[in-house]
Design a protein. Structure first.
Ligand code: PAF
Length: 281
């Protein structure tokens, strides 16, 4: 397995694969790899002969410095995991490799980035699109795989690729969950055992929305209330938002009369967890 740190070294390796006729896939990550990331790697493998995993905790997308500082960075374990999983290339740039002195160009996403997560995390998606554009530029992949857990991020990346003619196939991968339903996330590691037990209220609130929908309720506000009640009943949880949205425009819907998405964010102490699920009337 090749481990590279500079964008030039990554591009040179990727170009050689492309010239040799091999398809290249990129799985962008911030490290602290878990089963969810490995599922992305498996999906990438279905689309390409060469799988690159990038590992970079991107300072531009954190709007709270304590969240950035606390983000886990077990690089050696991540590299071992990639090796054991048959990854061809790990790209692990430092902040200076990614943003050298004089760096000043950013990718500004459109209105898709102003709602939901964007409202609660100002500048977050500008940081995401900037780093993803740079990762695409360095890795030159044919295909890139992203998790649906970050549903809005996936929509914004797809939009960026289309708008900027990047010519990369963007593949979304359904969320991998713990046996109790909690979406697997690097942030779960920061929960205390009590908070981890309480966090099951997040998928449970989405399940409540789906159950009420299956029971015939179509009204968005009543479905949201049903989901929110589950979070409000958990003393260690602090509800932030639960919204029912159009999966393409991300605009709120008033009723579920066509496929939609439920998206939520809930706090446990200093840790903010997000989750989402499809809703089919
Ligand atoms: O989803 C993530 O882990 C990050 O937002 C990404 C896409 C790797 C960009 O830093």
């Amino acid at each position: 397995m090749l481990i590279v740190h500079s964008p030039d070294a990554l591009s040179a390796d990727s170009d050689a694969h492309r010239v040799a006729g091999r398809r290249v896939a990129l799985v962008p990550t911030m490290g602290a790899l878990h089963a969810g990331h490995l599922a992305l790697v498996d999906e990438a493998r279905r689309h390409a002969e060469v799988v690159i995993v990038s590992i970079f905790v991107n300072p531009l997308q954190f709007n709270r410095s304590n969240d950035f500082d606390a983000y886990p960075r077990p690089l050696d374990a991540d590299i071992d995991m990639c090796r054991a999983h048959g990854v061809e290339v790990v790209y692990a740039p430092t902040a200076a490799d990614m943003y050298p002195a004089g760096f000043q160009t950013h990718v500004q996403p459109g209105p898709l980035a102003d709602v939901l997560e964007g409202e609660h995390r100002p500048g977050h998606f500008r940081g995401v699109t900037t780093v993803v554009a740079k990762l695409f530029g360095a890795a030159r992949p044919h295909v890139a795989v992203f998790g649906e857990k970050d549903f809005q991020q996936l929509a914004i990346v797809r939009r960026m690729v289309a708008d900027l003619d990047m010519g990369i196939e963007v593949v979304g991968m359904s969320t991998v969950r713990e046996p109790d339903g909690l979406a697997i996330s690097s942030r779960n590691r920061r929960l205390t055992p009590e908070q981890r037990a309480a966090a099951v209220c997040v998928p449970a609130s989405l399940a409540a929305v789906r159950e009420h929908l299956a029971g015939g309720e179509r009204d968005a506000q009543r479905l949201i209330a049903a989901g929110r009640a589950v979070v409000d009943a958990e003393p260690l949880a602090r509800y932030e938002h639960l919204e029912l949205i159009d999966p393409d425009t991300l605009a709120p819907v008033a009723a579920i009369d066509r496929p939609a998405r439920a998206v939520t964010a809930v706090w446990f102490g200093e840790v903010r967890l997000i989750d989402n699920c499809p809703l089919v009337p």
